[in-house]
Design a protein around this ligand. Structure first.
Ligand code: CA
Length: 357
């Protein structure tokens, strides 16, 4: 009896010793993107993430990435990740403003922080904690998923010289920015990306915003609209990785570490890829279509946008406690960070520019 016990104990001990080797657990996940698989550099981030994780795990942790052309639910990513049909998603937090208005702050907001300031807030100013607090109720984890930097204000068929020029203008513009424009009399619509070119070309809409040169060039808007306005509405659009919490909790710790490391790597890459892509795309656009005019909205219009945005922030903060909490956190961080941005980046660009003129 005693020897049987000893043998069993030995077996268990051997099993425990052997566990790390046996623990090369096979995990198969699926990730759904809001974008199509060819919409680079957005789609590049999840595709590279999957490759990294597979390599780091010696082929044991495999994530199959599906674009919108496959799942046909571009704006269903949060629901599908929450429901577990997909363990992961890649999207943008402001698409969920109908579920929780506070989610807009984890993407970008009109007249908000730039990418450097926002990254400072995310990683060193309490942003990550507030984001997770907001997403806890959906039982998903949320992580930054790559930043576009300042987005362009959009393509317009006509110049905007006064507030009157905005009245009745038909424009595609999502998020809080759409609500700002609606306050100023713009007829705001949201049209699926696949129909944008035709809508602008046929005059169904008079203007639209998309991202910036790197991504706009693929849409061809520069061929059909002459005015390219500078940005105010999406100063630091951060994309988002979503993870089903139950699925994440079931992962071995080393796979969790691979995943979080890979997410951070591709998030940094997207920022660089989009910046470099815009440098080249703008150069190409301007060479091939020299009549494109870059414009900035007149001060009167920008002032009205700022006032409308501030009103919106106050209205939402008055009726939504979590909106108020995140808004105040961002506002306080931005106030502090902008002083440094002005002293460093802004001052450098401004003074060196003056020297070369
Ligand atoms: Ca946009």
């Amino acid at each position: 009896m005693r020897s049987v016990f000893r043998i069993s104990a030995l077996c268990i001990a051997l099993l425990l010793v052997a566990t790390p080797v046996l623990a090369a657990k096979k995990v198969r996940w699926k990730l759904a993107m809001t974008w199509s698989s060819t919409l680079t550099p957005f789609a590049t981030a999840p595709l590279t993430l999957a490759k990294m994780v597979e390599e780091m795990s010696g082929g044991n942790f495999v994530i199959r990435v599906e674009g919108s052309e496959k799942h046909k639910a571009a704006l269903g990513i949060l629901d599908m990740t929450k429901g577990g049909q997909y363990e992961m998603g890649h999207s943008a937090s402001y698409y969920w403003k109908g579920k929780d208005i506070a989610t807009v702050f984890f993407c970008t907001v009109p007249f908000g922080m730039n990418a450097d300031e926002q990254n400072g807030w995310f990683y060193h100013g309490g942003g990550m904690e507030l984001m997770q607090k907001t997403y806890d109720k959906f039982k998903v984890l949320s992580f930054p998923g790559g930043n576009t930097g300042v987005q362009m204000g959009g393509w317009f068929q006509k110049e905007i010289n006064s507030l009157d020029d905005l009245k009745g203008l038909k424009m595609r513009i999502p998020g809080l920015a759409g609500e700002v424009f609606a306050k100023l009399g713009v007829n705001v619509t949201n049209i699926p990306s696949g129909e944008l070119y035709t809508s602008l070309d046929r005059g169904t809409i008079d203007a639209l915003e998309w991202v910036g040169p790197a991504m706009d060039i693929k849409m061809g808007f520069h061929k059909i609209a002459p005015y390219y306005y500078t940005g105010w509405h999406e100063p630091a659009t951060e994309l988002q990785f979503l993870i089903n919490k139950r699925a994440y909790d079931k992962l071995p710790p080393e796979y969790q570490a691979m995943l979080t490391t890979a997410m951070k790597a591709v998030t940094a890459d997207l920022y660089t890829d989009n910046f470099a892509g815009s440098v080249d795309a703008w150069d190409k656009m301007k060479t091939e279509y020299p009549n494109i005019v870059v414009k900035t909205f007149p001060p009167e219009v920008l002032q009205a946008m700022k006032k409308a945005a501030d009103e919106l922030y106050s209205e939402y903060a008055a009726k939504d406690e979590s909106f108020k909490e995140v808004f105040e956190s961002q506002k306080a961080y931005m106030k502090k960070a902008r002083i440094w941005t002005n002293i460093s980046e802004y001052n450098y660009i401004k003074t060196s520019q003056e020297l070369t003129q």
